[in-house]
Design a protein around this ligand. Structure first.
Ligand code: AHM
Ligand code: MG
Length: 337
């Protein structure tokens, strides 16, 4: 059809969220405004990431610019962009960023009821070789009009109102859940708008891919080692799984969500609370999305979203993905006792 050549009824992310929020009569548009500011941050970072290679080529990175200021590293720049966008939304009260040791308490004059936890640019060590990187975020709301404290963000992931990530890859994709399923939007660079391209994402019940840094195998615990062995040498006659590991959590989780399978960042004998993944701004948002898409997320001990963090930069092992695949690793940990 000629008419199909130009889609004229575009579902932008703003329109989508406005529609969703209008189901709640008490909604005053605050969430939509907050989300618009997050989207702005994502567009800014997308544009900066796309220019990163060029900046290097013309000798900007790490050097001083015309104003005599040192060129900011992209992760530092991204953090500043998100902090400013979130504060200026007038809808936030507490911000927790991977880049900042302390939480930011928003000035009372600009305060709202949302708390945002985020990793502004995850996987930034991948920038120089052009591998996909991303922003991850989770959103809580403080209960009543009390003075915000850290306890408002030290909440289990199941209390999140919304979570999402933006992947800066071959295209710029924003995946979002407000607790009613998962939807994916792709940035149309010519419009500067995120358009709904992946409505109601459901993760396959079982997948054919496992994703883990196998270089750490010597430090794995029994259940993880057994699970990966089973992926490679299944004893039940099923075919072995493929290994895919990008080393960029957003990209590895995005593939897992769309194609199915399992992503593992297991415990490590050498550093039991060592690198692992951050609870607030990595484990919780990704687990929230997985569950909303019909998958599961497990820490090795419990449902990931039940974890109660005791500090803002707390870390945890994580196993997430297709329902049946996570079920298998849960069984191995249960057998261990
Ligand atoms: P970063 O926080 O230093 O940017 O690293 C985060 C990245 C994640 O995106 C990815 O899942 C993980 O580090 C990979 O870690 P490893 O190199 O241990 O496999
Ligand atoms: Mg990170």
């Amino acid at each position: 059809h000629a008419a199909d050549a130009h889609r004229t009824d575009l579902m932008t992310i703003t329109r989508f969220v406005l529609n969703e929020q209008s189901k709640y009569p008490e909604s005053r548009g605050d969430f939509t405004i907050l989300l618009n500011h997050i989207v702005l941050g994502c567009k800014f970072v997308c544009s900066a990431v796309n220019k990163a290679g060029l900046a290097k080529l013309i000798g900007l990175a790490g050097e001083t610019n015309v104003q005599g200021e040192e060129q900011k590293k992209l992760d530092v720049l991204s953090n500043e962009v998100f902090v400013k966008a979130l504060v200026s939304s007038g809808r936030t009260c507490i911000l927790v960023s991977e880049e900042d040791e302390e939480a930011t308490f928003v000035d009372p004059s600009k305060r709202g009821r949302y708390c945002v936890v985020f990793d502004p640019l995850d996987g930034s060590s991948n920038i120089d070789c052009g591998v996909s990187i991303g922003t991850i975020f989770g959103i809580y709301m403080i209960k009543d009009n009390h003075e915000p404290t850290l306890d408002d963000v030290l909440q289990p992931g199941k209390q999140m109102l919304a979570a999402g990530y933006c992947m800066y890859g071959s295209s710029c994709t924003l995946v979002l859940s407000t607790g009613e399923g998962v939807n994916g939007f792709t940035l149309d660079p010519s419009l500067g708008e995120f358009i709904l391209t992946h409505p109601d994402i459901k993760i396959p019940k079982k997948g054919k891919i496992y994703s883990v840094n196998e270089g750490n195998a010597k430090n794995w615990d029994g259940p993880t080692a057994k699970y990966v062995e089973k992926c490679k040498f299944p004893k039940d006659g099923s075919s072995s799984k493929s290994l895919r590991y990008i080393g960029s959590m957003v990209a590895d989780v995005h593939r897992t969500l769309l194609y199915g399978g399992i992503f593992l960042y297991p415990a490590d004998k050498k550093s039991p609370s060592g690198k692992l993944r951050s609870v607030l701004y990595e484990v919780f948002p990704m687990s929230f999305l997985m569950e909303q898409a019909g998958g599961q997320a497990f820490t090795g001990k419990q449902r990931a979203l039940d974890l109660v963090p005791t500090k803002i930069h707390e870390r945890s092992p994580i196993f997430l993905g297709s329902f049946d695949d996570v079920e298998d690793i849960k069984a191995l940990y249960a057998a261990e006792g």
